[in-house]
Design a protein around this ligand. Structure first.
Ligand SMILES: Cc1ncc(COP(=O)(O)O)c(C=O)c1O
Length: 451
């Protein structure tokens, strides 16, 4: 770990404890301020600077920063404005106790389980998926299996990696009809789709196309059975795009049993925009190839300085994309995890599920609405996707905005739906208002024209 040594220090002053203000005390102050009153959902909502004129049903899309995150960003920003050289040297290029990347990894590991040493820091989910698929030791003839329902950036990461490695990729549909969705069938379909040449199974925890939530633990168990018959080099690896589960579902991510997990922390986690991570098993990191230079690893730097290749095996820090970054954002990630911990991850999950179940059940009763999100809570995430008879999804979103000041979204997929999502900033009353607005659309369809 870099935190055990100093490296790249260009100024003797950089190591001086007084060179930049200490961040620990200020962070503690923010944490205390943020935890006041958080048992009350109204107080939680007030932590966000959301425009009060709207009902926000798309807050999973990109984080609005809660107060402790805003304050941390501002604190780091001021330090960087005042003295960028010493701030960066002190917080990035010197060892403990102030080495920020380690603090960020520790905060993430404390939440998801597992070791901070197995986390690479990224700017978003996209970068994480790319560095996983590009890093895997794939060769011509190997196969990456994925589903027909993943996000564009997931499929693109696979396509680009297979073009470079010569591996093939194939998509399997998890269901034929939205009415007949079951965890058993999805697991069975995936298990049956695995071929002798399959090396990777890439899935999405919560689908942003429909709100479907996959039973990741069960998929991992099914793969473990397949792998029992295989030698280590032919194991099928489970890769998960977890961005819409992280911060909304149970935080016990590592315990779900995947091999690699990528997520942005800037959606349900309310982390700073432009932050994310990859967690992978250490034995997987050790056989992967980094995609780009990392500046988070002392051994890489010292190997370069001594003109030698780095001593294997590779480890997570070798994979964090390097170079200068929006440091005030990446350093404020722990505040987002502290905010979640202060509210209580289980309370957060229960609240998100209760609000979205209220929305699903309300929409399911409307004869002019087709609901695509499963009603069964065990396979439903924190978003609800639907169509209104006689209207395009864009028209639905536009009408909700113009008439009811409801901010909804359309799903960015080949087949697109209208989508609402209720997070911990929302209220049951806002769900009811949204349902009432969709109910009104029954009579409105005749008057809608054009796209
Ligand atoms: C399922 C899924 N994966 C990945 C992404 C991309 O996330 P990021 O912007 O963090 O790269 C999105 C975007 O919303 C998504 O819905």
């Amino acid at each position: 770990m870099l935190s055990r040594r100093r490296f790249l220090v260009t100024s003797a002053l950089a190591a001086g404890a007084g060179a930049v203000p200490s961040t620990g005390l200020a962070a503690e102050k923010t944490r205390r301020a943020a935890t006041e009153d958080l048992r009350d959902w109204g107080a939680v909502r007030r932590q966000f600077d959301l425009d009060p004129r709207y009902i926000h049903t798309g807050l999973f899309f990109l984080s609005s920063h809660p107060r402790p995150v805003r304050e941390a960003i501002e604190r780091y920003r001021q330090q960087l404005e005042a003295n960028p050289l010493h701030t960066v040297e002190h917080l990035v290029f010197t060892g403990p106790p102030d080495y920020m990347p380690a603090k960020v990894c520790n905060a993430i590991a404390a939440y998801i389980g597992g070791s901070a040493d197995d986390i690479a820091l990224t700017q978003n989910t996209t970068t994480g998926l790319a560095l996983i698929y590009q890093g895997l030791p794939l060769k011509p003839g190997d196969e990456i299996l994925t589903t027909a329902h993943d996000h564009f950036v997931h499929h693109e990461s696979i396509r680009l990696a297979s073009e470079r490695s010569g591996a093939n990729w194939r998509k399997v549909a998890l269901f034929d009809s939205h009415d007949a969705l079951s965890a058993d069938e999805m697991v069975e379909r995936l298990r049956k789709a695995i071929r002798p040449e399959t090396r990777v199974l890439g899935v999405t925890w919560v689908h942003s196309s429909t709100g479907l939530k996959l039973p990741i633990r069960r998929i991992a168990d099914a793969l473990a059975e397949v792998n029992r018959e295989r030698p280590p080099e032919r194991r099928v690896l489970l890769v998960v795009d977890g961005v819409h589960g992280l911060g909304a579902e149970s935080p016990d991510v590592v315990a779900m049993g995947m091999d690699a997990f990528a997520a942005g922390t800037h959606k349900w986690m309310f982390g700073p925009r432009g932050t994310g991570f990859v967690w992978a098993r250490p034995e997987l990191w050790s056989v992967m190839r980094p995609l780009m230079p990392s500046t988070s690893s002392a051994e890489l730097f010292f190997a370069w300085a001594s003109g030698k290749p780095p001593a294997q095996p590779a480890r997570a820090t070798w994979f964090s994309p390097g170079g200068f970054q929006a440091f005030e954002h990446s350093w404020a990630v722990p505040e987002a995890f502290a905010f979640h911990q202060a509210i209580g991850p289980q309370r957060i999950t229960e609240r998100i599920h209760a609000l979205n179940a209220q929305a699903r059940e309300g929409l399911a009763k409307m004869t002019h609405v087709t609901l695509y999100t499963p009603r069964a809570p065990e396979i439903a995430g924190g978003m609800v996707c639907f169509d209104v008879k006689g209207m395009t999804q864009q028209q639905v979103v536009q009408r909700l905005f113009e008439r009811n000041r409801i901010l909804a979204s359309t799903t960015p997929y080949a087949v697109s739906y209208a989508r609402v999502s209720f997070g911990i900033q929302n209220t049951p009353d806002e769900v009811e208002k949204t349902l009432a607005a969709v109910r009104e659309l029954a009579g409105a369809t005749a008057s809608v024209s054009g796209g």
